[in-house]
Design a protein around this ligand. Structure first.
Ligand SMILES: Cc1cc2nc3c(=O)[nH]c(=O)nc-3n(C[C@H](O)[C@H](O)[C@H](O)COP(=O)(O)O)c2cc1C
Ligand code: SF4
Length: 476
């Protein structure tokens, strides 16, 4: 598999030539506009509130909370950086567990009475940082992402999976050590969990968040429920049953809060799990089950948007207006979720030009936006576009293929990107994320996440040496 690095495509013309030679379809604006009237600088309105521009900061956790689930200085720095980015939509900050057994790692934030003041202060510090740099915060919208990690729960020990699953799955069970049905959450346990989400949402409203994201992506519990075709009972089998969890949570939140809005981060399509094949290039794992992918087709590595589109119709009916789109899972098919040139330590070499992965997510969202024009769609997976992110982002907005451009990894390496683009300031090339994946490899090796290659703050931390040693060990 050979394809050029994006950094080697020296101008827009060579980038576009590469796209055309590779039959990769991406929209592209030659000139990126600046100022509040420009495509990326213009505002949108959702739930009667103005969101001041078309950049959104995607949720990104750092595996850096305390074991009680409170933020640390590292967490605070990340949220402050989100505030100074200039983006006017903050989608969730990071995944926050609604209860202990749902934490993806022992350092994931946990929302409860004891931690609420500190979680509220994360939001306040983000808003204050934004105010210090940009003045107006009336057009800044901040939500909190609520999660239960389900199959990927590791609440007590970084190295010990304690999965709670929806249904058995040959490949994924093997990966997280599920050997019998005892890991399956019962219907009663799911009903209790619905109450926990509602309690967490009430707390989030008290902490000042405008909305909560009831997370349904990346292989975590909400997402796995959507694919629970083999699960018997109230939460499995039919589309109606598989979406009951979301419906009941939203109904409960409506009854228990006064003005809190609800959004959903959704993996809008999924592929089967991938594994390293020859030369470590990713291949679909042989005994995987395509029917257990939500938004996947029968081949296991293609999309079928009919159920995701049906879900968005349902969301509309229950008053949801914002969908933050993503795809697949960082655990079992990272190339479709966060396209990268360099895979994380537990990954595989990209089976395709990562630009194809970017284009796939953009096309899926464009199709859903076409079918549901009244919904607000946030796109993800743009970081791999690197120097051409603003050109593609602007074209996506101009062509109404999405409403907001979500930024993940790029904002770890280059937090001021949205503000620089909208103000027309010089592009800071040295800060552009080149998808080295250290921010994913570090937590996989038990080290706090951060942009070790490019952010001087992480470059100078002792964990960088540990990360280097871990990578050297893995390469042997
Ligand atoms: C270090 C790291 C932490 C992440 N944490 C979360 C999270 O807490 N919740 C979530 O929904 N997605 C999380 N993601 C996924 C991102 O939000 C985003 O979907 C992904 O990085 C692709 O966007 P990008 O190409 O702009 O990086 C994380 C990604 C990274 C790299
Ligand atoms: S470590 Fe930095 S450069 Fe590497 S993928 Fe993460 S944000 Fe990008």
């Amino acid at each position: 598999m050979s394809y050029p690095r994006v950094a080697s495509l020296k101008n827009g013309e060579s980038f576009r030539r590469h796209l055309s030679d590779s039959s990769i379809e991406l929209p592209f604006a030659e000139e990126v506009g600046t100022g509040p009237q420009s495509p990326l600088g213009s505002s949108i309105e959702v739930h009667g509130q103005s969101i001041g521009n078309r950049f959104c900061i995607l949720p990104m956790e750092g595996w850096d909370g305390t074991t009680e689930g409170k933020p640390t200085d590292l967490t605070r720095r990340r949220w402050q950086n989100f505030g100074l980015s200039g983006a006017k939509l903050i989608w969730g900050g990071e995944a926050v567990a609604v209860r202990h057994d749902g934490r993806a790692n022992p350092n994931q934030l946990l929302i409860n009475e004891a931690n609420l003041g500190e979680i509220a202060s994360l939001r306040d510090e983000l808003v204050n940082t934004h105010a210090d740099h940009f003045g107006d915060t009336n057009d800044l919208m901040v939500g909190l992402q609520l999660t239960h990690s389900g199959r990927y729960a590791k609440p007590n020990d970084k190295k010990r999976p304690e999965p709670r699953v929806v249904q058995r799955n040959v490949v994924l069970d093997r990966r997280v050590g599920v050997e019998d049905d005892s890991a399956i959450l019962s219907d009663d346990e799911l009903s209790q969990l619905i109450d926990d989400f509602i309690t967490a949402a009430v707390a989030a409203e008290r902490a000042g968040f405008t909305f909560v994201d009831v997370k349904h992506c990346h292989g975590y519990l909400g997402h796995e429920l959507l694919a629970g075709v083999d699960r018997p009972g109230r939460f499995g089998g039919s589309f109606e049953n598989r979406t009951r969890f979301l419906r009941d949570i939203v109904e409960g939140i409506r009854g228990a809060t006064s003005g809190l809005h609800v959004g959903v981060r959704l993996s809008v399509f999924d592929f089967v799990p991938y594994c390293p094949g020859e030369d470590r290039v990713g291949i679909a794992e042989p005994d995987s089950e395509p029917r257990k992918t939500f938004g996947g087709n029968a081949t296991g590595d293609g999309m079928d948007l009919s159920e995701p589109s049906r879900l968005i119709t349902l969301m509309k009916e229950i008053g949801i207006r914002m969908v933050c789109t993503t795809a697949g899972s960082p655990y079992y098919n990272p190339h479709i979720q966060r396209p990268a040139f360099f895979p994380p330590s537990d990954g595989y070499q990209p089976p395709e030009d990562p630009l194809r992965g970017v284009a796939r997510q953009i096309a899926a969202v464009a199709e859903l936006k076409k079918r549901h024009p009244e919904m607000t769609f946030i796109g993800s997976g743009y970081t791999y576009l690197q120097d051409y992110l603003p050109n593609v982002g602007q074209a996506v907005i101009e062509q109404q293929m999405a409403d907001s451009i979500g930024l993940g990894r790029m904002v770890l390496s280059y937090p001021e990107l949205p503000a620089d683009v909208i103000a027309g300031r010089d592009w800071q090339r040295k800060k552009v994320c080149r998808t080295f994946s250290d921010c994913t490899t570090a937590p996989r090796e038990g080290i706090v996440s951060g942009c070790y290659p490019l952010d001087p703050f992480y470059k100078n931390r002792e964990e960088r040496e540990w990360l280097k040693a871990a990578k050297a060990r893995l390469q042997k």
